[in-house]
Design a protein around this ligand. Structure first.
Ligand code: PEP
Ligand code: MN
Length: 337
């Protein structure tokens, strides 16, 4: 249920929050430009008791949230959420470029790529230290050492970084180092992990599962939000279809659909969506035009020898070129990089 406050005074709001909690619900305060609302979430069966709060002073009305996702929806928060990632921002009028290698491989590799992508205009570095690989015999990542190397790259370039966390047990370690925690496609419905990152103090980059609907993606975001972490960024990274010419099929319509349903920022990953470097540029441009809040692009200084995802990684000069090409489109979309 949404409790729309008639008053914005702290004591009035606190009083209603206390009443909501007394009834056994979690109260999430959403202070917007236009109005202050309290989203009361919990067991649906007691909603008539929440409805009765309409009689409290300073409450304008109590209305049900119709969608299955509550905190993620535009019903409770109309304004776009802007997520802080270190010195960078995702959402609103910003178009965020997140770039870097699939995996952190060595100090030289991550430092060099970080410098290149920063120079080209990326605001956030990516790089996997814990890798979810289809085969247990494939490179699994440098793990903690990879996190340290990402920290070094951040020190040298000033770029905040996002990196994947695979298990709930890894959350404290990854959270200690990273600026944003990535939950990968394969883990989108790992509810234990979603709850763990929901309790973390760092923002979460949530990738759509390759066989998941948008409603399921939003329900996964809801897990994170309901644990108290309001900073979630959604990522469309392609879904599995019958098509085999591309690694996945980029569901570009996911962007306007999500932007309509949720206030959370939406990023497109054209690298995993297509699986081939030559398709990354066109799909990145499509993402800008579709209204995405940014792109996540894999860049490697030597794709032919990359430990993972070489075929879809852009060489530095191709990345630089793409950045030049998207600037006018970003402007057209009313955003700035
Ligand atoms: C990645 O970002 O390198 C990755 C493994 O992505 P996804 O979870 O989308 O496959
Ligand atoms: Mn990858």
């Amino acid at each position: 249920m949404i409790i729309v406050m008639a008053s914005r005074k702290k004591e009035d709001v606190d009083h209603v929050v206390a009443k909501v909690e007394e009834l056994g619900y979690k109260a999430h305060l959403i202070v917007g430009v236009e109005r202050t609302v309290i989203a009361a979430v919990g067991d649906e069966r007691g909603k008539f008791r929440l409805q009765a709060l309409e009689s409290l002073p300073h409450v304008e009305k109590v209305v049900p949230i119709l969608k299955s996702f509550k905190l993620a929806g535009r019903e409770v928060k109309q304004e776009d959420t802007i997520v802080k990632v270190g010195s960078a921002r995702i959402g609103g009028k910003t178009f965020s470029v997140i770039a870097g290698p699939c995996s952190v491989e060595s100090r030289e590799q991550i430092t060099e790529i970080a410098r290149t992508v920063k120079e080209a205009g990326a605001k956030i570095l990516r790089g996997g230290a814990f890798k979810p690989r289809t085969s247990p015999y494939s490179f699994q990542g440098l793990e903690e050492e990879g996190l340290m190397l990402l920290e070094e790259a951040r020190e040298k370039t000033g770029l905040p970084f996002v990196t994947e966390v695979l298990t709930p047990e890894q959350v404290p370690l990854v959270e200690k180092h990273a600026d944003m925690l990535q939950v990968g496609a394969r883990n989108m419905q790992n509810f234990g992990l979603l709850k763990a990152v929901g309790r973390a103090k760092k923002p979460v980059f949530l990738k759509r599962g390759m066989m998941s609907t948008l409603n399921e993606l939003l329900m996964s975001a809801e897990y994170v939000l309901s644990e108290g972490n309001p900073n979630v960024v959604l990522c469309e990274r392609g879904i599995r279809t019958f098509e085999t010419e591309t690694r996945n099929t980029l569901d570009i319509s996911a962007v306007p659909v999500l932007k309509n349903l949720t206030h959370l920022p939406v990023i497109v990953d054209p690298s995993h969506a297509t699986g081939h470097w030559a398709l990354v540029g066109p799909m990145a441009k499509a993402a800008v035009v579709a209204g995405a809040d940014g792109v996540m692009i894999e860049v490697h200084n030597n794709p032919a020898e990359a430990f993972s995802d070489g075929p879809q990684s852009l060489k530095p000069e191709r990345f630089q070129q793409l950045m030049k090409e998207i600037v006018p489109l970003v402007k057209l979309a009313g955003k700035t990089i």
